[in-house]
Design a protein around this ligand. Structure first.
Ligand code: GAP
Length: 449
């Protein structure tokens, strides 16, 4: 299954409404994706889990939400206009542009030409800037070039003084953010893995400028972020750390480690932990002429904090959660059951409600009432939506919910009419238990704990 697992996931994502190609009816726009009705629930759940773990559960972080478009000098100061580049080569035969540092892509491209009896040679590599430009202003000819942010990071650093002034935070402290970023990727691909518009989730953690502190917090955040993926269901054996070689590091990084996921297309970066040192704050101090320093009450002096950053991709996390959760099982009759064993906290629907038979009015009415009550309870308590299904037979409904990861299916049957109990069927074990209808809300709240 591994080789075609990406095709399977892409097809399921499209068919069931998780992820659609962007602008599809116009032939698409390479590197853009739209999240459908189920995808947006999954995405919001992933972002909420990040926010919970990075802001709500901690007393040393705050959140922000900065603008996508920033004064262009931000990107000069941050070094992105000069150094945020990838090496590009062009195939002399078909003029396809590819990443010079992605050997697997180059080899595949060569092989395709060779199979057709053609030769394939490359131009010399040249550097290609990834920043996406936009034109801002109302008068043609007087519009200014701005950039759609290439990383969400700078929104935190340019607000360093505002955050200190308004919160009075003491070192160490973190600034968390989730938001869109844009990159002119040379070769977008592997579904949402490399897109041109994507979302990032980050913590910029400000610490004292000291090697021991940096080492300690770097290790702390590596472990903490890896544990976040495992807590949400990713198998530990599918994650590993990979340290960047010095010539591979981004221009702002003193050291960098990737959390990688074992995808069907190889071990791939899921999130980066970077020691950014004083790079951002000193550069913005110099370019903006606004001192971005911290007054140290212990020494009575100003210092420039260092930054340990955790930077993950929301879309990559979603892709890896889907890949990791997907499984096919044979039942006793040899039929294949497809299960998306997502952590219930991430699952788009928290439960589905069915009447046993759609042509028995008493069952349908009872199930509808129960569905409406449960839906308002789970909506009120931020648990998530509940699905309704009365098509086909129960077995088919179970399997349709398994394929989209719904953890529990609730069936109203004839016994319900007598004693108000329903069956609750578990997605992973397929076992059923009978519980009182009134307890359903607490049952879900408890399970989602
Ligand atoms: N602020 C640091 C920074 O942006 P990065 O390693 O360039 O570091 C961080 O990006 C994360 O953003 C990556 O680990 C990845 O999950 C996600 N990401 C980067 N480029 C992406 C792309 N083209 N498509 C989807 N996700 C991307």
């Amino acid at each position: 299954m591994d080789e075609n697992k990406m095709d399977i996931i892409a097809s399921l994502a499209k068919r069931r409404g998780f992820i659609f190609p962007g602008s599809e009816i116009y032939g698409g726009l390479a590197g853009t994706w739209d999240y459908g009705p189920l995808g947006v629930e999954l995405k919001n759940n992933v972002k909420r889990e990040f926010w919970r773990a990075s802001v709500w559960e901690r007393d040393d972080t705050v959140g922000i939400d900065a603008a996508i478009m920033m004064n262009p000098t931000v990107w000069e100061a941050s070094g992105h206009l000069e150094a945020f580049t990838d090496p590009l080569v062009e195939c002399k035969t078909c003029h396809t542009r590819l990443r010079a540092d992605h050997e697997d892509e180059l080899t595949r491209h060569m092989d395709e030409h060779r199979a057709k009896g053609e030769s394939a040679t490359w131009t010399e590599p040249r550097t290609f800037n990834l920043m996406v430009e936009a034109r801002l202003g109302v008068i043609e000819g007087e519009k200014d070039t701005v950039y759609l942010r290439g990383e969400i990071t700078q929104g935190a650093h340019v607000n360093f003084k505002n955050i200190l002034d308004t919160t009075g935070r003491k070192l160490p402290f973190g600034v968390a953010q989730i938001g869109k970023a844009f990159r002119n990727e040379i070769t977008p691909g592997n579904l949402t893995f490399r897109s041109r518009e994507f979302e990032q989730m980050e913590v910029q953690y400000y610490i004292r400028p000291d090697d021991h502190e940096a080492g300690r917090w770097f290790e702390y955040w590596k472990e903490r972020r890896r544990a976040w993926y495992i807590d949400l269901g990713v198998k530990a054996q599918n994650l590993r750390f990979r340290e960047h070689a010095p010539d591979e590091r981004a221009h702002y990084a003193r050291s960098a480690v990737d959390i990688e996921y074992h995808a069907p297309f190889g071990w791939k970066e899921c999130e980066g932990i970077h020691h950014r040192g004083e790079w951002d704050l000193t550069r913005h101090t110099r370019y903006s002429k606004t001192p971005l320093s911290y007054f140290d009450e212990e020494t009575g002096k100003h210092l420039t904090p260092w930054v340990i950053e955790t930077s993950g991709g929301v879309d990559r996390a979603i892709l890896f959660f889907l890949l990791d959760a997907y499984r096919e099982e044979q039942d006793e009759k040899g039929r294949t059951r497809t299960v998306l064993a997502l952590n219930p906290r991430l699952a788009p629907f928290k439960a589905a409600v069915f009447p046993l038979l759609r042509n028995k009015l008493a069952l349908v009415e009872k199930a509808r009432m129960l569905y409406n009550n449960l839906r308002s309870r789970t909506a009120r308590d931020w648990m998530g939506p509940i699905a309704w299904d009365d098509r086909g037979n129960i077995g088919k409904r179970y399997w349709a919910q398994d394929e989209i990861g719904t953890p529990w299916c609730i069936t109203v049957d004839f016994q319900t009419l007598d004693d108000e109990t329903v069956t609750v069927r578990d997605r992973d074990t397929t076992k059923q238990e009978r519980i009182h209808a009134e307890e359903l809300g607490d049952y879900l709240a408890d399970k989602l704990g």
